[in-house]
Design a binder for this molecule. Structure first.
Ligand SMILES: NC(=O)c1ccc[n+]([C@@H]2O[C@H](COP(=O)([O-])OP(=O)(O)OC[C@H]3O[C@@H](n4cnc5c(N)ncnc54)[C@H](OP(=O)(O)O)[C@@H]3O)[C@@H](O)[C@H]2O)c1
Length: 272
């Protein structure tokens, strides 16, 4: 039986991907913070529940990432696929105890850290895959590595391209560094989920107005990440820009100088 890890699998798109994987007979280890949401999720799995487990952990903190990796390494011999579906939206300059913008910690640095710790377990799989959820991008944003990871003075909106760019550079690095490992980034489109609960009012109003015209339902949004985890292949990282159009993938091309600097800075920030 294959084992998948879904970070952010107790809600939204990650939960639907977990459900899809369980439906195919696989085992899923779900990470997230909210135990109550997780229990409702596990209850909704019916007979598949016995192949699912939840570990409550704060992935914005280094200690939380290390705890998650320890738990996974203890409970499974190998990891076949890792989906990063963690995400937050908020207003203002919210930082972790380590002084890093919460958005960067949840949506890039915690993902980098957990993946690096799980690499030996992933590389035991015949077809290891790492998939990260991201936003809509016309091209890969440049990362201002000189300001990484504190990004002092940037608003949440200004952080969005920095985080998306970092995710794309890391996906390209993973795919290029490990011959059998596939890496990809998926944009789910606009989907009504818990992620908007702490969003600025203007963003909530705007997305609510747009959703009837351009929104996707959860099943549609979860289709590409599920298939990417099960079928993604190739030596270069791929990006899915459009929900549920699996064949519509583009190669992730990044600036090698920025990539090297970002990987060095990420290693220094996490120790791995
Ligand atoms: N919904 C959209 O329109 C949209 C658009 C573009 C991209 N995306 C991306 O899609 C992904 C999934 O988002 P979603 O819409 O499904 O939202 P969601 O339902 O809020 O899912 C986000 C997940 O992240 C987890 N999470 C947040 N902070 C965490 C932390 N510090 N430690 C551990 N887990 C944490 C949440 O668990 P807890 O609640 O337990 O913390 C939850 O499971 C995200 O990466 C998001 O950026 C979504």
């Amino acid at each position: 039986m294959r084992t998948f890890v879904v970070a952010g699998g107790n809600s939204g798109i990650g939960l639907q991907v977990s459900r899809n994987l369980l439906g195919g007979g696989d085992r899923v280890i779900i990470l997230g913070r909210d135990q109550r949401k997780a229990e409702a999720a596990l209850d909704s799995f019916g007979a598949s529940r016995e192949r699912a487990e939840f570990h409550s952990v704060d992935l914005s903190r280094s200690a939380g990432v290390r705890d998650a990796a320890d738990h996974i390494r203890t409970s499974s011999d190998r990891v076949d696929g890792l989906l990063h579906s963690t995400g937050v939206i908020y207003d203002g300059d919210v930082r972790t105890a380590e002084g890093i913008p919460l958005f960067l910690a949840v949506s890039y640095l915690g993902r980098y850290h957990l993946t690096q710790l799980l690499l030996p377990h992933l590389l035991k799989s015949p077809s290891p895959r790492v998939i990260m959820m991201g936003s809509y991008m016309r091209k890969v944003p440049e990362v201002d590595v000189a300001r990484f990871p504190e990004f002092r003075g940037l608003s949440f909106r200004q952080l969005i391209p920095q985080v998306n760019g970092a995710v794309m550079h890391y996906a390209a690095h993973l795919a290029a560094s490990h011959e059998r490992l596939f890496a990809g980034v998926v944009c789910p489109g606009l989907v009504k989920t818990d992620i908007f609960r702490d969003a600025p009012r203007s963003m909530r109003v705007m997305t609510a107005a747009m959703r009837p015209f351009v929104g996707n339902d959860i099943t549609t949004a979860a289709a590409n990440p599920t298939r990417a985890l099960l079928e993604g292949s190739g030596r270069t990282a791929m990006y899915w820009r459009k929900a549920a159009s699996f064949d519509d993938q583009t190669t992730v091309n990044v600036d090698p100088t920025i990539q090297q600097a970002l990987m060095d800075a990420s290693r220094i920030a996490t120790g791995v």
